[in-house]
Design a binder for this molecule. Structure first.
Ligand SMILES: [Zn+2]
Length: 356
């Protein structure tokens, strides 16, 4: 038997105690106000055993401690619990912070890899293989969901469609252009051939080749399947997240929710420049002055300071590096050096569009 002090940190009690050992058990008899009380601590209760240089041994069982000042106690204790696994330390105590981080990394790594590598790769592959009619169906669905929020200007939609058709840009897609009345300088393309032009962007243009440039750029997003890839990626990510974390019933909800975000589908700088270059090629093939593209970007750029901070123009924020794109497209236009006129047919439609 050893004389000890017992501390209960939870109830802030301290008692004199007597401890003794029996194989596999440490008995702690405490002298409380209500009389003696005997506690039995098994190996699994012993969370830690600390020995101080002066021979003091502190044994912890959760929030209870005993302190024994006896040089032999520790050896006795160890002999008594020999071969037994002491304590039930928390998972975190056992593996430490480093272990936790490594564990977390091991658990999340496949998801991170899926997010940054597998999903984009699969989405790109799927987008490359998807037939045009499937892209059209996807685009139509998104178009319906999205345009429900906009006011479509039907008479100018007819005109802008006529304008686009007169450009003869060609390609595998049946392009359908819609003009909507919205105060934001924006335009975007959907898989399969829907292009939505906000009338505010039309207002900042002052020549038909600028509209031809905008449509060439957006048509390029469709033809290069940029929007299809972006949507596949978004959907794949959503489906992956839902598959990993839960409820399949929310998939439909999440996809519906994302239809709003389509208007803000953002492309990387690389894809934007790719759409610019492809658009310039479409323009050149139809002898449309390429200068329309850098001119359009300049007009867009000039609208930036006028916009209030709470109404950041989508088209501008999602079309990065405007200055760089102005320089690049300007260079191409200078090199091609086309005559700066468009056909009288296009001019006529352009004037009608602008006069409304
Ligand atoms: Zn774009």
């Amino acid at each position: 038997m050893y004389a000890a002090r017992y501390y209960d940190r939870q109830n802030l009690k301290e008692y004199l105690a007597t401890v003794w050992l029996q194989p596999g058990t440490l008995f702690v008899q405490i002298e409380t106000e209500a009389g003696n009380q005997t506690l039995e601590w098994g190996a699994s209760n012993l969370h830690s055993i600390e020995t101080h240089p002066d021979g003091q041994v502190i044994v912890q069982n959760g929030k209870q401690f005993i302190e024994v000042k006896d040089l032999y106690f520790k050896a006795d204790l160890e002999r008594n619990f020999q071969g037994k696994k002491l304590g039930k330390r928390g998972f975190f105590d056992q593996i430490g912070l480093g272990g936790c981080l490594i564990g977390l990394l091991i658990v999340t790594l496949p998801f991170i890899a899926a997010y940054i590598w597998v999903i984009p790769t699969l989405a790109n592959e799927a987008a490359d293989k998807v037939p045009v009619d499937v892209e059209e169906k996807i685009g139509d669905t998104w178009f319906q969901a999205l345009t429900a929020q906009y006011t479509i200007d039907s008479s100018r939609t007819r005109l802008i469609q006529e304008f686009y058709d007169s450009l003869h840009y060609g390609g595998a897609y049946d392009m359908r252009i819609s003009l909507v009345n919205e105060p934001v300088v924006n335009a975007f393309a959907m898989p399969g051939g829907h292009i939505v032009v906000f009338d505010s962007i039309l207002q900042i243009m002052d020549a038909p080749e600028q509209l031809a440039a905008l449509l060439a750029h957006e048509a390029s997003h469709v033809q290069l399947k940029h929007s299809t890839r972006a949507i596949f990626r978004k959907m794949a990510t959503t489906i992956a997240i839902v598959t990993i974390f839960g409820d399949f019933r929310t998939v439909a909800g999440l996809i519906a929710q994302q239809s709003d975000e389509l208007a803000g589908l953002s492309y990387s700088r690389t894809l934007e420049m790719e759409a610019d270059a492809h658009g310039l090629a479409l323009m050149e093939a139809q002898a449309i002055p390429q200068q329309g593209m850098p001119d359009l970007f300049r007009h867009m750029e000039s609208t930036i300071p006028k916009e209030t901070s709470n109404k950041i123009p989508n088209f501008l924020s999602t079309h990065p590096a405007l200055e760089e794109r102005i320089q690049t497209t300007e260079q191409v236009a200078k090199k091609t050096n086309q005559p700066g006129v468009v056909s009288p047919g296009l001019v006529r439609i352009w004037q009608q569009l602008k006069s409304k």
